[in-house]
Ligand binder design. Structure first.
Ligand SMILES: Nc1ncnc2c1ncn2[C@@H]1O[C@H](COP(=O)(O)OP(=O)(O)OP(=O)(O)O)[C@@H](O)[C@H]1O
Ligand SMILES: [Mg+2]
Length: 242
């Protein structure tokens, strides 16, 4: 599975030929309660068992700055947060995550698994809040240039199931992170539709994973996709090195 811990011979080949073998960057997306965090945990464990080095991060968060912004973004706010301010904070957290966690881990050749990324801004601040998607893409290029996932897993499940899961988890954990969960059904319908549209528009990068099934079944579907991705990637790296 995967490229495995690389031998010095492989690293040397990559350097001599000028092929920079960055670690694979995988993001997981979907509405609240679709199972992203649960599945990222399974995937990280499975990759580690297969001998891979894995860095797991999340958005907003992943760094001290990002975690501070996460509290501002996800916990109830004493005043309404303007959509542009919400977007700016998401990108501030993302820029820090890319600079401090994602890019360094990729440079070390590690797998990077990120719980939400810029597609979440397109879905939530774009489709959800009504900010123009081109503005969001331009912000990405300006603030995190070149930082694009190799593979994006989009978990999809009926909102009646996902929101129930998300709200039950909030109550059970006593977490304060309920600012988005407090949105109405129409908001989440727009977010879900944006993810479905993304999967349709970018089939090369995105895989739509139906996630109403039991956790283990969803984990198997994801593993199947990641194995196929890793096989294609191995072939392409070999092709470049020759
Ligand atoms: N396939 C599943 N079947 C039933 N329950 C699940 C499944 N996957 C996750 N759950 C449960 O649903 C809740 C939400 O899952 P999880 O936290 O992984 O979702 P999430 O997509 O990360 O949500 P958020 O966007 O709010 O962080 C958790 O309590 C989790 O245990
Ligand atoms: Mg989560």
């Amino acid at each position: 599975m995967g490229t495995g811990p690389r031998s010095s011979e492989q690293s040397e080949t990559a350097t001599i030929t000028g092929v920079l073998e960055l670690g694979p960057f995988i993001t997981i997306e979907g509405v609240d309660g679709s199972g992203k965090t649960t599945q990222l945990h399974y995937l990280a464990e499975r990759l580690r068992t297969a001998g891979e080095r894995v860095t797991v991060t999340r958005e907003p968060g992943g760094t001290a700055l990002g975690d501070g912004l996460r509290r501002l973004l996800l916990e109830p706010s004493p005043e309404p947060i303007a959509p542009a301010a919400e977007l700016a904070m998401m990108f501030a957290a993302r820029a820090q995550n890319c600079a401090r966690i994602i890019e360094p881990a990729r440079q070390r050749g590690e797998w990077v698994l990120c719980d939400r990324f810029s597609d979440a801004s397109l879905a939530y601040q774009g489709a959800g809040r009504g900010i123009d998607s081109n503005t969001i893409r331009q912000l990405h290029e300006l603030l995190v240039p070149g930082c694009y996932p190799d593979l994006t897993l989009i978990l999809d499940v009926e909102l009646s199931i996902s929101l129930k899961r998300a709200r039950a988890r909030l109550v059970r954990s006593g977490s304060q992170e309920g600012r988005f969960e407090a949105e109405g059904a129409a908001f989440f319908e727009r977010v879900r539709a944006a993810y479905l549209e993304l999967a349709r528009r970018e089939p090369e990068r995105c895989r739509l994973i139906e996630s109403a099934a039991p956790e283990q079944q969803v984990a198997e579907r994801i593993w199947h996709e990641v194995e196929a991705f890793a096989a294609t990637r191995r072939q392409s790296v070999r092709g470049q090195a020759q």
